[in-house]
Ligand binder design. Structure first.
Ligand code: SAH
Ligand code: SF4
Ligand code: F3S
Length: 437
């Protein structure tokens, strides 16, 4: 009988894409994927270390697996991704049920590691392999409408607060030809949307093809003209006119940009080592809005980074009012030992104040989102239907190209269809409407 593997994924879209790569590697070696720890011979937690609560979450998950492991000593437990790469072998001491730990560059060795561990030894592979891009592996994806293609891995930016450069290693890109091939395969399989992924996609570079990210994006869009194309994440300092041009030149590239700003204050951005000022960021936003009418923007923000004064916080609020994002993903600063902020700056904003500032940001942003979404009432928007709505089986849920969630009456439409929907209602997170007849 084939062995069963259950993979649980935490963290960002890169980790989701990596779980699909791991599934492909394990299937080749004779495993079948399953969706329940109770059935599994191997449980893998693919983990995130970006904030302390992400790590705590994994330790809780491991606690929950304890009973199962006691009842079935043959059950193997592996922790993959960013937590083991960040905590290294010390992770073994944090939970006695871990058999295997493997970092993001070690997935080709998973099976060998698991079989070694099944002989009773705890094993680890935390090597950085700076050329590993898994370009030759076709990920095993769950059925659906939307697929990820990782185009680059790692990050060379070293923002002061961030563990990613330590967990993911140096930047490296996949050959453009392998990305185009995968996009074609996805289109043939009927996927309606492809998201090109990287911690910093603007750094994509295929040396042999002499292609940077704008060239790649343009080529993918032209190769699969019937598929919606998205990409994430763009670093503001590398957001170029050529990239904006590529978005404008292809109707299937979604007219939306996720542009993490982290703070609206130039002094804070300098302490965060982001490589740009508030003014430079706003200039880029202006350039994007001018070249791409109707574009929607989203961002990431951190509240309570070391030394954040009330004035700096207020500059973040004023930036939100200036830019008017559709969405903002907001986080309280979490000290990550080993990063330059943790080594050099004191975590001096009290937890309660971080939360208070975060709430202020969230309240302001919710109001802005609501206003923007309300302005869609009466308009007809194009929606890519994704799935049945959670509220009712007579409704479908999908997204506009600007990533706004839309719930609408199903009529005879199916997931995968592009539907023109007239918007009737709006909240700060969802639009509701009916298909245009
Ligand atoms: N590469 C992407 C995303 C990195 S992680 C980028 O550059 O934008 C996703 C988000 O987590 C970041 O944008 C940041 O807002 C947040 N984040 C990263 N480290 C953090 C920390 N130590 N504390 C709180 N939030 C953090
Ligand atoms: Fe982290 Fe900065 Fe790299 Fe993003 S660009 S992954 S925030 S170091
Ligand atoms: Fe988390 Fe690693 Fe992604 S730390 S945000 S899973 S790159």
């Amino acid at each position: 009988m084939k062995k069963k593997v259950c993979i649980r994924t935490f963290g960002c879209q890169m980790n989701m894409a990596d779980s699909e790569i791991m599934t492909a590697i394990l299937e080749k070696e004779g495993y079948v994927p399953c969706d329940s720890e109770a059935e599994a011979d191997l449980v893998l937690l693919n983990t995130c270390a970006v904030r302390d609560n992400a790590v705590q979450k994994i330790l809780n998950q491991l606690d929950q697996l304890k009973g199962m492991k006691r009842a079935r000593p043959g059950l193997m437990v592996g922790v993959t991704g960013c937590v083991p790469q960040y905590c290294r072998e010390e992770l073994f001491a944090m939970s006695d049920i871990i058999d295997v730990i493997a970092g993001p560059d070690s997935y080709r060795n998973l099976c060998a590691l698991v079989s070694k561990a099944s002989r009773g030894e705890r094993v680890s592979d935390l090597e950085f392999r700076s050329t590993e891009s898994y370009a030759d592996i076709e990920p095993v994806r769950k059925e659906g409408i939307s697929a990820f293609i990782p185009v680059m891995r790692g990050c060379n930016n070293m923002c002061a607060y961030c563990v990613v450069p330590f967990t993911r290693g140096r930047e490296r890109s996949r050959p453009m030809s392998s990305v185009l091939f995968e996009a074609e395969r996805l289109a043939e399989k009927g996927f309606g949307e492809i998201t090109l992924l990287g911690q910093n996609v603007n750094s994509y570079h295929d040396v042999d093809a002499k292609a940077g990210f704008p060239v790649l994006l343009d080529a993918v869009a032209k190769r699969v003209p019937g598929v919606r194309i998205r990409f994430t994440t763009s670093h503001p300092k590398d957001m170029s006119p050529r990239l904006i041009e590529a978005i404008g030149a292809n109707t299937n590239i979604c007219n939306t940009v996720h542009l993490p700003v982290q703070s609206g204050s130039s002094s804070m951005l300098a302490r965060m080592k982001r490589g740009h000022s508030r003014e430079e960021y706003l200039e880029k936003v202006g350039m994007i809005r001018k070249a791409l009418p109707g574009v929607t923007l989203s961002t990431d923000l951190i509240s309570g980074f070391p030394g954040e004064s009330v004035r700096e916080h207020e500059e973040t609020l004023s930036l939100l009012r200036d830019v008017r994002y559709d969405y903002a993903y907001t986080f309280c600063y979490s000290v990550r030992p080993g990063t330059s902020a943790a080594e050099q700056l004191e975590d001096d904003v009290p937890e309660s104040e971080k939360k208070r500032r975060l709430q202020e940001i969230v309240n302001l942003q919710n109001g802005i989102s609501r206003e923007l979404f309300q302005a869609d009432i009466g308009k007809v928007v194009e929606v890519l239907a994704e799935s049945e709505s959670r509220r009712s089986s007579s409704q479908l849920m999908g997204r506009t190209e600007g990533n706004r969630v839309v719930v609408f009456d199903r009529v005879n439409y199916l997931p995968g269809d592009i539907v023109r929907v007239r918007i009737e209602e709006a909240t700060s997170a969802t639009l509701v409407g009916s298909p245009e007849v």
